[in-house]
Each structure stands twice: as C-alpha cells, then as structure tokens.
Design a binder for this molecule. Structure first.
Ligand code: KG4
Length: 367
C-alpha cells in the first residue's frame, strides 16, 4: 500500500512537469493562481495573475460570535457551505475562466483539521477536473509572503531579503528571519499565549465581545496607556510570553472589583490602553533586540494583530528612531485571506514545487 502511494506521488509530479511543458508549448505564459484559504473561520478564494491581485473574496463566519470563540465543527460545516460560492465569486471578479488557471494553491496547515480538510479536498477535486497542478501552502509563511502581493502592475513595494517579520495572530507570535521566499527561520516565538490571545482573553474578562483585539484597539484610543502598570515577562533570547501579563491583568481586575464593583465600566478605556501599550512594548522590545543583533533594517509585520493601530504607530516610530525600512500590510491582508495563499503558490509554482494527490492537512505549527 505504502509503495503504491510513493509510486503514484512520483507519477503525479512527472505529470505536473508535463503540464508545465504543455503551458509553454501552448504559449500560456501567464502564471494564474487560484488561492484557497480555509484554515480557521474564514473561507477565502483569490486569483493572482503574474503576482498581481485580481480578486480576493472572504466569507466570514458570524456563527462563532455567540460562543466567544471559534467552534471547530461549526467552522468546517460553514466552509463546506461557503467554498463553492466563494471560488465562483473570485473567478468571476477576476474575469478568469477556470481553464485559464495554471495551478491551485491551498492552505495545508497549520489550522483546524476539519476546516483544512474542506480546502484540501476541494483543491484535489478541482485540480483533477482541470488537469492542473496543486501547490500546498503553509499558512504562517503565507502571512509573511503577503508583503509580495502586487496591487497593480507597477507595485514594487516589497521587502528585500533578508528581512525580519513579526508574525502576530490569534495563534502565533513569532519573529521570523526571512532569507528567501522558501527560506524562513523562526528566531523567536511565544512559549505560551500568542499576542492575539492576550488581547482576546483580557477582553473577555472585561466582558467585551469576541474577537477582543479590535474592540480593545478602539477603546484604547480614548484611554491613558500609563494608567495601570502590568507585568512584562523576563525571558531570554527573542522569545515571548504573555501568560504573566494575562494573570496580572486578571488579578488587577479581581482586586479592584472588590473595592468597586463598577471598576471595569468606569475604567474601560484606561484598562484597554494600558493592556495594548504593554503588549506592544513586549512585542517591540524583542523585535528591536533581534533587529540589532542580526543587523537587519528591513522589518515587516504580519497577521491579525498587525491591524492594531498602536502597533502600526510603534512600527512607524521605530522606523524614524532606528532607521528601519518598515512594511505594514494593507488591512485586507492582515487577517486570513487567500491572496497570501495564492502569492505563496505563485512562488512555489515558478519553482516547480508541486504537491502530490495524497497530501493531507496538518494542524500543528511548522515553519
Ligand atoms: O491572523 P488572524 O486573523 O487569525 C488567526 O490567528 O487565526 O488573527 C486573529 C487575531 C485575533 O486574536 C484578533 O483579536 C486579533 O487578531 N486582532 C487584533 C486587531 N484585529 C485583529 N488585535 C489587536 N488589534 C486589532 N486591531
């Protein structure tokens, strides 16, 4: 059984190379990639032609709001309902026939297994039907490579290698040294909670809706960031920890609520501003250290938390003070999207880095 799979893998890779030769013979010189993202609670499809974005459709799943977090089983069911209309809309908006596609890029992981299975299975079926190759994409690497998406033909604003990327999302906080599109090294990462989790969990104890990050960001604008002093971790290297901050925030609320039951209501803006200020300080302290030690001046930020206005301002201040050349993604590419998946797929396609038919999704972090 095992041997059969190996032989069929090799066979399918040879087939994919023949597809590429066919493209050349038929003068199909454009590289047109359909990206499919289904790793968590957003179903997304995008079309990228020669690196230029033609469409990026995202269907959010509102169903999780009632539960204060993503419910995996509900997420995979919603992906199943969304995937065909979303892909149809992406092709239509791009003005592309499915026959024009060079390859299908899909998120293989990390993420929720059931959700990933929907995108992976659809990609297998669609690529078989169209006789085109599949390209597997690592979700975290895709967030980093979102910086290379061209918004139009003349868009040349992207980082030069090597650069550092602060990847901050609901599940990850990493400092990545990016030497090439396919050569990334995680030089620091969280040993417990992610930055997004710290925003979300602290927001939850204040009774704010999920996801808490954007709400904290909005309320923080009205508050004093120095109103409350919260714990900053003392851990070595370029690693992060946010569990101590979360606990100190919890204890602050517990102690103050004993004295004044209206403490949260009366201090919401100051609490949000202090929380956001401390999270950003923790993130930037380590990033600054890594940039200094590695002598790198090109610094990017990616992931859901990169939408945070305070973090964006901190990047701009660092650019001024430390002469960094910074790259902050447009809001549409901060949260999960298929444009970044198509971008990763584009690079891999050019490198003939195709994916066999028996590829299965993976849930754990692998960069
Ligand atoms: O990358 P992402 O969309 O998804 C996953 O991690 O799967 O990141 C989501 C995270 C959530 O924790 C959310 O609260 C956070 O990004 N987030 C923000 C903001 N917008 C989204 N955190 C702080 N400020 C924001 N404006």
């Amino acid at each position: 059984m095992h041997k059969t799979i190996k032989i069929s893998d090799k066979f399918s890779l040879i087939l994919h190379k023949i597809y590429r030769m066919n493209d050349k013979i038929n003068n199909r010189m454009d590289v047109t990639i359909l990206g499919i993202e289904s790793s968590c609670d957003d179903t997304s499809a995008a079309v990228l032609k020669n690196g230029v974005l033609l469409s990026n459709i995202i269907a959010n799943q509102k169903i999780h709001e009632a539960y204060g977090g993503v419910v995996p089983e509900l997420a995979s069911r919603a992906h199943q309902q969304n995937i065909i209309p979303v892909i149809h809309a992406a092709l239509k908006q791009a003005g592309i026939n499915k026959e024009d596609l060079s390859a299908i890029a899909f998120t293989r992981g990390p993420g929720l297994l059931g959700s990933l299975l929907v995108g992976t299975s659809f990609s297998k079926g669609f690529s078989t039907a169209l006789n085109i190759p599949m390209v597997e994409v690592n979700h975290l690497q895709a967030h980093v490579l979102a910086h290379f998406i061209k918004q139009n033909e003349s868009d040349a604003n992207h980082p030069s290698f090597p650069f550092l990327c602060l990847l901050v999302s609901g599940g990850n906080s990493q400092i990545i040294l990016v030497r090439a599109y396919n050569d990334m090294e995680v030089v620091g990462q969280t040993i417990d909670d992610a930055a997004g989790e710290a925003f979300d969990k602290c927001a939850k104890v204040m009774g704010l809706p999920y996801p808490g990050g954007p709400v904290v960001d909005r309320l923080a604008k009205e508050g004093n960031p120095k109103a409350f002093k919260l714990n900053k971790p003392q851990i070595p290297d370029y690693n992060y920890s946010f569990s101590g901050l979360k606990t100190s925030f919890l204890y602050l609320l517990r102690d103050e609520l004993k004295k004044n039951p209206h403490f949260i209501e009366e201090n919401k803006a100051d609490l949000c501003a202090s929380l956001q200020y401390t999270i950003i300080e923790i993130l930037m302290d380590k990033l600054r250290k890594a940039a200094k030690d590695l002598k790198i001046k090109e610094v990017a930020v990616a992931g859901g938390v990169s939408a945070n206005s305070g973090l964006r301002t901190a990047f701009e201040e660092h650019a001024q003070k430390y002469h960094w050349k910074i790259y902050i993604p447009p809001f549409a590419f901060t949260t999960d999207n298929a444009a970044m998946v198509a971008m990763s797929g584009h690079f891999k396609y050019l490198n003939n880095d195709f994916c066999p038919m028996d590829a299965v999704p993976f849930s754990k972090v692998v960069v």
